[in-house]
Design a binder for this molecule. Structure first.
Ligand SMILES: [Zn+2]
Length: 337
């Protein structure tokens, strides 16, 4: 995710990961790591204010699927964590016990919203229609709005197919999901970066879900700030739903690695801390599966949407257009014609 217009884009830039060349994969096959868990146990009791939808379970040994994206995570994070001093025990476990790849090719353009829509739909941006992060807004009238709305996706995504088949779904902070037809939904959206945004996200989420999560995780409110829900808060929601609702499919989008790498650069101390934080959240998901008693019947995939590379020079070709008189800007530097 890239959300702050003031973010320092000089230190890093989205692009297809250097290590992505080994596998020519797209859509679902972008998963970098897959693991089928082996051990289950009884579900615990706890607060359950949220009405849980009745849902049949699909046949077969695997009856639940979870997809977690760690936005901007590059394969070196789990292929060679020691080279960077990374403490990522959960990623190491997934590599050791599951199937993993040392790279995957992202879609074009290899940025967050197109890639996430491809992961969830299995088709390239040219087909699903989300060809950029931001909405098409050449005159900059849309207040930097992104492509938040599910109605802009031209093809069904996994939760649509699950719904059509009568199965339940949970979608947490996944891009382009405002208005998505998921059983449990917390969409990714922001506007002004004030506390009003919290109300917006709650209003667009499944009614009662935030309140139910707060009862189960008293610290949850501290994890919902003016800057959005942090990764720990998103994992609170996912863990709650896994334990209480056991959805057939669950999609979770973690963003703090991307934010840290954008702001401080690849392999910065802040980025390493964020990667280790994501590893902790993955561990919490594994624990929730154990608590829910569905670990043995769940397939878990951890993926990234694109890679990163440090850059030290930024070219702004628009300046040449202005010098040539081909565009005009107002006092705020916005294009007026
Ligand atoms: Zn991204």
């Amino acid at each position: 995710m890239t959300r702050s217009p003031t973010r320092d884009t000089r230190s890093a830039v989205n692009h297809c990961c250097r290590k992505l060349g080994r596998s020519l994969l797209s859509g679902w096959k972008q998963w970098a790591i897959g693991l089928t868990l082996l051990v289950g146990c009884a579900a615990p009791q706890g607060p359950a204010a949220l009405p849980v939808a009745a849902s049949p379970e699909p046949p077969g040994p695997i009856r639940h699927a979870i997809v977690i994206t760690v936005d901007g995570l590059i394969p070196d994070s789990y292929v060679s964590p020691d080279a960077h001093g990374l403490r990522v025990p959960v990623l190491r476990r997934l590599v050791a016990e599951g199937a993993s790849s040392d790279g995957a090719r992202s879609v074009f353009p290899s940025v967050t919203y197109p890639a996430h829509t491809s992961i969830a739909s299995g088709v390239v941006p040219a087909r699903h229609g989300i060809v950029a992060n931001r909405s098409f807004d050449p005159l900059e009238k849309n207040q930097e709005g992104w492509r938040w709305y599910a109605e802009d996706v031209k093809v069904p995504r996994i939760w649509d197919l699950a719904s059509n088949a009568g199965y339940s779904s949970a979608v947490i902070n996944w891009p382009v999901t405002v208005g998505a037809h998921a059983t449990y939904l917390v969409p990714e959206i922001w506007r002004a970066g004030t506390s009003e945004d919290q109300k917006l996200v709650r209003a667009l989420s499944t009614p009662g879900l935030f309140e139910a999560v707060l009862k189960a995780y008293p610290d949850f409110s501290a994890r919902v700030t003016d800057g959005g829900i942090d990764d720990e808060g998103k994992t609170d929601i996912a863990s709650y739903l896994i334990e209480k609702a056991r959805p057939t499919v669950l999609f979770l989008h973690l963003t703090q690695v991307d934010s840290a790498q954008h702001q401080y650069g690849l392999w910065s101390a802040e980025a390493l801390t964020a990667i280790e934080g994501s590893d902790r959240q993955l561990g919490r998901i594994l624990e929730a599966l154990q608590h829910a008693g569905i670990a043995a019947s769940t397939a878990l995939a951890v993926a990234s949407d694109h890679g990163f590379a440090n850059v030290n020079r930024l070219v702004r070709p628009g300046a040449l257009l202005r010098q040539a008189g081909l565009i005009r800007l107002d006092d705020q530097g916005k294009v007026v014609s």
